[in-house]
Design a protein around this ligand. Sequence first.
Ligand code: C2E
Ligand code: CA
Ligand code: CA
Length: 584
Amino acid sequence: VSQRPEFRRSSGCCNRWSAPARQDIPDPDPLGEVSFDADPVFGATRDLKEPFVIRPAGSPDAYQERVQQGSGIDQVSMAMVPLVRDRTTIGVLGFVKFGDRPWDMGETNALQAVASLLVQLHARIDAEDRLQYHAYHDELTSLPNRRALVDEIHRRLTGGTGQATALLFLDLDRFKAMNDFLGHGAGDRLLVTIAERLSNAMSPGDFVARLAGDEFVFLLWRPAEDVDVLAVADELLRLVAEPIEIGGHHITRTGSIGIAVGHLSSTDAEDLLGYADAALHLAKTKGGNRAVVFDDGLRIAADQRSATELLLRDAIDHGGLLLHYQPEIDLRTGRLLAVEALVRWNHPLRGVVPAGSFIAVAEESGLIVDLGRWVMAEACRQMAVWRRRYPQLRFIMRVNMSPAQLATRNIVRLVADCLNDNHLPGHAICLEITEHAVMEDVEQAVQALHDLKSLGVSVAIDDFGTGHSSMSQLKRLPVDCLKIDQTFVAGLGVDRADRAIVEATASLARSFGLDVVAEGVETVEVVHELLSLGCYRAQGYLLSRPKPASELEPLLSQGWLDPATFTQTDEATNAPTTKAVALL
Ligand code: C2E
Ligand code: CA
Ligand code: CA
C-alpha cells in the first residue's frame, strides 16, 4: 500500500513482493515490542472488532513520536483490521500509508477481505495441528498413544544406534472391578494419576505411552545392557501402588509389568509389544503385582500360539471344524429337553480336540467371531434336519456365543439369517452367554440381548455363579435360563458351600421365573442332590458325553433317556435305590 519507491521485487522467487527491510533500527527498537497498556493506539487494537483508521491529526503525539523514532517516518496514516475468530480478536492487520492520507471504504473493505482469509487459514492450521495431536495422543491422560509408541519403537530399533531397547508393559491389577465399584469417573482419575506418576519417573529420553484402558508402556532410553531393567520395573510398581485418594476413598491398586528387550533388526515394534504382552500375561497369572521378563521359554509358547492361530484360521476357512452335541435331560423323566452345540476342531496332528483347548486362542486372536458364525450356521442347519426328522420332539438347540460375537454390530442380522435360511422358528434356538461376558458391559449386553430376543430366540446365562452378578443386574437382563457352573454342581454332596450356591441359584431362578440347568453332572449323588433341590434340568457326562450328530440318533428317535441308565447304583456299595427312580 505504500507509494514509496523502495518496494522491490524479491530476488528469489518470481512475482513475489517483499517489504523493504527496515534500516538503521535503533536499539532498543521503539516499535519492537509495545505493550497494549503503554500506548493508547496499540491498546485500542486489543479488542478491535471493526476497521479502525488513524491519521496524524487524530492520533496522540506519543504514538506518532514512537513511530517516528522506530521507522524514521514523520507521519503515518494507519488502517487496522481485526482478525476475528469465534468473536475473539486474535490479532490485527495494520496497513500504513506514509504521510497524512485518507483511507476510503473500498480500501478498508479489501483489507477486511484479506483479514478474513488469514483467519480462515489460521483456523485450518489450528485444526490440522489438533488432528495431528489427537492422532498421536491419548485424550484422557494426554500421553502419547499406541500409534505414537509404535513410531517411537520403530525409530529406536532402526535408528542406527545398535542399542537394545527395553520395553515395560504395565497393566493395573483388577482395574475393572474398581471401575465398576467406584464408577468410571473415579477410574479416569486413577488413570490420570498413574499417567502423572509414570511421566514423573521418566529420565530424559524415556518415553511413556498409554495404549488403552489401564495399559501403559514405558520405553527406556538407556541401552538395556546398561540398566537393571527389573529394578526399574520394581520402582514403577512401587509408584503405581502408592495410595490415591478419590472421592473420599483411599485406593491402592497394584500393577503387573511384562518386560521385553528388542534388538536392532531382529525385532519390529509389534513383535516387541507382543513379547512384552506375553510376559505381562504370565505376571498376571502368577497373581499380579510383579514384573516378568520375556525369555526363550515364553518365546516358544508365543510361537506355538501363533502357529495354533494360523492352523485354526485355516480350519475355520476350510471345513476343519465340527460340532458335537450334548443332551440336556429332565432328571425326573429322562426326557430330552435340549442339546448343546459344542465346537470341535479336527486338528491335523492331534485329531478331534475339544473346545476347551482352543476357544481361548480363538478369543484372544479375534478368530472367535468367524468361528462363532460357522457354529451358528451349522447348529441351525442340524437343528432343521432334526426337527424335520423328529417332528414330535420338543427340544431346543443351545448355541454358545462369545462376548466378542455378542458385541459385533450385525449379530442380530446374522442370527436372523441363520434362522431364515433353515426355516427355523426363533424358539428352537437358545443362545448361551457367559456371566462374565454379560457383566463386562451390562448396558451393552442388555441392549444386544433385547435385540436378539426380538427374533424369538431364548437366552441362557452360562457358567452362572462365577461372574458375581448382583440381583439388581440380573433383574434387568432379558434372560430365560441360568446354567449353574459345573464347579458348583461337582461339589454337591461334598461341599456345603456349593450346595448353598446351587440352592440359592435354584430359588433365585424360581422367583424370576427362569429355567435352571445343572451342568457337569457326573455322579449319581449329584443327581440326588439336584432333585432334592428341585433342580431337574441337567447335563453332564453321567447322562451323556457330547457326541457327533449321528451318534445322537438313538436318543432322538426314542426322545428320552432311561433314568435307570444314569441312576444305577454301584452294586459293590449296595447303595439304596435312587430318588430319581423313586420319583418316577
Ligand atoms: P460350556 O459352555 O460350559 O460347555 C460345557 C463344557 O463342559 C464342554 O466342554 C463339555 O464337554 C464339558 N462337559 C460336559 N459335561 C461335563 C461333565 O460332566 N464333566 C466335565 N468335567 N465336563 C463336562 P468343551 O466342549 O471343551 O467346551 C468348553 C467351553 O468352550 C464351553 O463351556 C464353552 O464356553 C466354550 N465353547 C464350546 N463350544 C463353543 C462354541 O461353539 N462357541 C463358543 N463361543 N464357545 C464354545
Ligand atoms: Ca455352554
Ligand atoms: Ca457352562
